[in-house]
Design a protein around this ligand. Sequence first.
Ligand SMILES: NC(=O)c1ccc[n+]([C@@H]2O[C@H](COP(=O)([O-])OP(=O)(O)OC[C@H]3O[C@@H](n4cnc5c(N)ncnc54)[C@H](OP(=O)(O)O)[C@@H]3O)[C@@H](O)[C@H]2O)c1
Length: 289
Amino acid sequence: MPTARLLPGTPVAERILTDVTAGVTALRAAGITPSLATILVGDDDASAGYIRIKQRQAAELGFASPHIHLSATATQADLRQVIDQFNTDPSVHGVLIQHPVPAHLDHDRALHHLDPDKDVDGMHPLNMGRLALGLPGPLPCTPAGIEALLAHHDIPVAGRDVVILGRGATLGRPLALLLTQKRPTANAAVTVVHTGVPDWPHHTRRADILIAAAGVPGIIQPEHVRPGAVVIGGGVRYEGRRLLPDVDESCAQVAGAITPRVGGVGPTTVAMLFRNALDAARRATTGRP
Ligand SMILES: NC(=O)c1ccc[n+]([C@@H]2O[C@H](COP(=O)([O-])OP(=O)(O)OC[C@H]3O[C@@H](n4cnc5c(N)ncnc54)[C@H](OP(=O)(O)O)[C@@H]3O)[C@@H](O)[C@H]2O)c1
């Protein structure tokens, strides 16, 4: 049985982080310490673990990483106050509000309150607007990571049929905006399908590049893939610590190239977070993007 070429994300992330390290070193040489602040609310073990990993990586890359941990009983006003504190602190260049927040809090409202220029997730409405208009600004990390992954592995995108399953705000919708931009690593004919398109396999079966962004384990099966197509698994669901991807492993028998089950899009997302943090520090301190 033929097996697709694998498209790992780790070497893509390493290349991005090498550039980030060089950028951080240059800022530090100029007397500027780039700073990525993190906010965690509540006692969710998984979220606390993600924050620890990001803080460790921030330190390794040379970022300062001030952290505020609010209790599970914190109010929306408490969260807003912490965001205000980081918004107005000139030594803080980027801010990450760990998602999810406890159910009684509204993550979107908190995000809207964040200074858009410190939004390292690239998810603030102003930054989504910048993306839609093709203006410079922080890009949403997972879509930017997917564009970088395709470019790194020399997968041509310009002029090709890209079909995205899912129109969510984190992945499918911003990815469609990104891959239709006019530049060599994008410039694609993008179709977005979702639950409003019951016969979505009709579209995915003609895709040169199929990107799963639904968060429905195993939704993409071999019969949804054009033989030889490129398949990118963005959507995942976690059951405890178990990762359940949208793309069934058997798709590797049909695809020409495919992201691995683990170590595909994920590492590129994290790398883009640090690239956004470096860009934020450069914008704030040197006026250069
Ligand atoms: N790998 C990473 O680093 C990374 C990072 C961030 C996010 N993610 C993953 O990306 C996925 C998408 O997140 P999101 O927040 O952008 O999306 P979302 O808000 O969870 O929306 C999911 C989308 O998938 C569509 N969908 C769900 N079930 C479907 C079905 N049976 N048939 C057709 N379409 C279906 C939905 O259609 P409707 O709009 O019609 O409901 C919706 O557009 C999640 O799994 C998330 O975990 C991965």
